[in-house]
Design a binder for this molecule. Structure first.
Ligand code: NDP
Ligand code: 8X3
Length: 250
């Protein structure tokens, strides 16, 4: 039977590539993000391959998240796969110089936004006693690097929440896992550095992971047989050995 997936942060990067990968494999899509124009273009493009519904909301706004998910039409109400992907780093500063607005953004989007969307989606899964949740963590959720403080904290939280979800949803037969990439060349660094030109140099001198590389791993995880759950994946590009060790040519 055709499955339905809800992907947050589908307007760019990993979420966008995952939407294409899932559409290719004929999965119904509920695509979420704040940039409506991008959602509409995606819907137009991917409707050639599968059924697509778009939800335009900010994951920080819990009322908006709940009412968007409650508003789903009949054919999209039963969500089989939830990809909690929306998120970003905001800033890269030592803790004594960090901006409170950046800290709020990371905790509100990466952690609380993930919780709000999950809270709205999980009841349908527990009722049907099936479902699959994949949280997009990060290598920053496995180790802390200089100036990464709050971003790393938000991604460590994502990993702890993933493990908690897997334990608590175990009686319902719901699969829960995390995909944790190292550096992926997306809009991520533009957001982190707020459009500063340093953003352009982040992926120079080596071949970073591409969003499609991560999307393929996410699809691999969701396409395993019912008895197999990919609980945790850490993936790097070949040039990256850890958060601080990247073999650059320049
Ligand atoms: P992008 O900046 O390319 O994409 C981020 C996505 O999140 C966009 O679709 C954006 O959509 C959405 N988003 C951001 N804030 C909100 C919000 N408040 N409400 C709703 N949607 C929001 O980055 P990536 O694709 O790289 O990042 C995706 C995930 O992968 C993040 O969780 C990130 O932490 C993680 N990650 C990224 C890595 C990297 O190096 N790039 C490495 C490891 C993990 P819109 O602006 O339209 O709302
Ligand atoms: C993104 C990976 O190392 O740029 O989650 O913070 S890193």
């Amino acid at each position: 039977m055709k499955k339905t997936a809800l992907i947050t942060g589908a307007t760019s990067g990993i979420g966008y590539a995952t939407a294409f990968e899932f559409a290719k494999h004929n999965i119904n899509l509920i695509l979420c993000g704040r940039r409506l124009e991008r959602l509409e273009t995606l819907q137009k493009d991917l409707s050639k391959l599968t059924n697509v519904h778009i939800l335009n909301f900010d994951v920080r706004n819990k009322e908006a998240a709940f009412s968007a998910i409650e508003s789903l039409p009949e054919g999209f109400k039963a969500i089989d796969i939830l990809i909690n992907n929306a998120g970003n780093a905001h800033g890269l500063d030592p803790i004594n110089e960090g901006s409170i607005d950046d800290w709020d953004a990371m905790m509100d989007i990466n952690v609380k936004g993930l919780l709000y969307v999950s809270k709205a989606v999980i009841p349908g899964m527990t009722e049907r006693k099936s479902g699959h949740i994949i949280n997009i963590g990060s290598s920053a959720g496995k180790e802390v690097y200089p100036n990464g403080n709050v971003y790393c904290g938000s991604k460590h939280a994502v990993l702890a929440i993933t493990e908690g979800m897997r334990i608590d949803l175990n009686p319902f037969g719901i699969k829960v896992g995390a995909v944790n990439p190292g550096m992926v060349e997306t809009e991520f660094s533009k957001i982190r550095f707020k459009g500063d030109k340093i953003a352009d140099s982040v992926y120079q001198g080596f071949k970073a992971l591409q969003a499609e590389d991560v999307a393929e791993v996410i699809y691999f995880a969701v396409s395993r047989p019912p008895h197999v759950n990919i609980a945790d994946v850490l993936m790097f590009c070949t040039a990256q050995a850890s958060s601080t060790i990247v073999n650059k040519e320049i």
